[in-house]
Design a protein around this ligand. Structure first.
Ligand code: GLN
Length: 287
């Protein structure tokens, strides 16, 4: 590992690119700035020296990254919308496509009366719950997850971002410990078909929690449970916003119509043009 910062960045970039990691330049800058404890922009001139400890640490991080350990786990954080979330192994890393779900949830939340309740089902790092709580100081958010480990991380994020007084974190398997009714329910549940997990990038398939990805045989098991149970937990006219997988929309819409009455129900695409969001406004369960 070269001693000068600019050379070290080049060294990392070359090794990462050779290993087929896209965006090797951005990643090498982020890893070097992490080791230096500075902002990436401050590293750019890059003509300082790395000390022995920094070089060792850089080498260890590079080796981990070459084994496809996800960058956000290496750095300990990931950007989401206009804020930063801490993440660590065992906690699902929020994706850019989930920002689209968060934007839709924030839009709905903006029109809710003060004192309304929102639910984030399977909160992971807390991304969706925190996005809603940041948008509206006068509504309450309940955030549930099966993983206590994730909830601890989500709570720390909420604390650091100043919304912990408005978000209640709770261990629950979907609606198991959720008796309330909500004006808005959001979820980025596991929706990858079990068989498909092995085909995801190694960062995901080898390192991220399976419980956050595996949606059963067709990937729709958890989504169907949510669709079946959510109507009884929504106020009349309440919104359900779910992230879904490409190709799942039609089936899920048909299923949703069997179990509830909807004022609105549609599938929307992400920025890449893939089916990604199920947006529904519910008028109550079918009887
Ligand atoms: N889009 C995600 C991925 O592949 C899947 C997320 C999920 O199941 N909620 O990485």
């Amino acid at each position: 590992m070269p001693g000068r910062i600019a050379q070290a960045i080049r060294f990392l970039r070359t090794r990462l690119a050779e290993a087929g990691i896209e965006d090797a330049h951005r990643e090498s800058l982020l890893i070097v700035s992490h080791v230096l404890g500075t902002e990436p922009a401050a590293v750019l001139p890059g003509d300082g020296e790395l000390d022995h400890g920094q070089r060792e640490l850089l080498m260890a991080l590079l080796e981990k990254r070459l084994r496809r350990f996800p960058l956000p786990y290496l750095l300990g954080w990931v950007g989401f919308l206009d804020f930063v979330l801490c993440v660590r192994p065992g906690v699902f890393i929020p994706r850019p496509e989930t920002e689209g779900l968060a934007e839709r949830a924030v839009e709905v939340a903006r029109d809710l009366p003060p004192g309304s309740l929102a639910l984030d089902m399977g909160t992971g790092s807390g991304a969706l719950a925190i996005a809603i709580a940041r948008a509206r100081r006068d509504i309450r958010v309940v955030a549930v997850d099966v993983s206590e480990w994730s909830l601890r991380c989500a709570w720390e994020n909420a604390q650091r971002l100043g919304v912990a007084d408005r978000v209640e974190f709770r261990v629950s398997d979907l609606f198991q410990h959720v008796p309330e009714r909500f004006s808005l329910v959001v979820a980025n549940p596991p929706y990858v078909p079990s068989e498909g997990i092995g085909h995801l990038p190694p960062e995901v398939s080898r390192h991220e929690p399976r419980v956050a990805l595996d949606g059963g045989a067709a990937g729709e098991e958890i989504l169907r449970r949510i669709l079946r149970e959510a109507p009884a937990h929504l106020v009349r006219g309440g919104w359900l916003l779910c992230e879904i997988g490409d190709g799942q929309g039609e089936n899920l819409v048909r299923f949703a119509k069997e179990v509830a009455n909807w004022v609105e129900l549609r599938v929307e695409e992400d920025l890449g043009g893939r089916e990604r969001y199920l947006v529904g406004r519910c008028w109550g369960p079918t009887t």
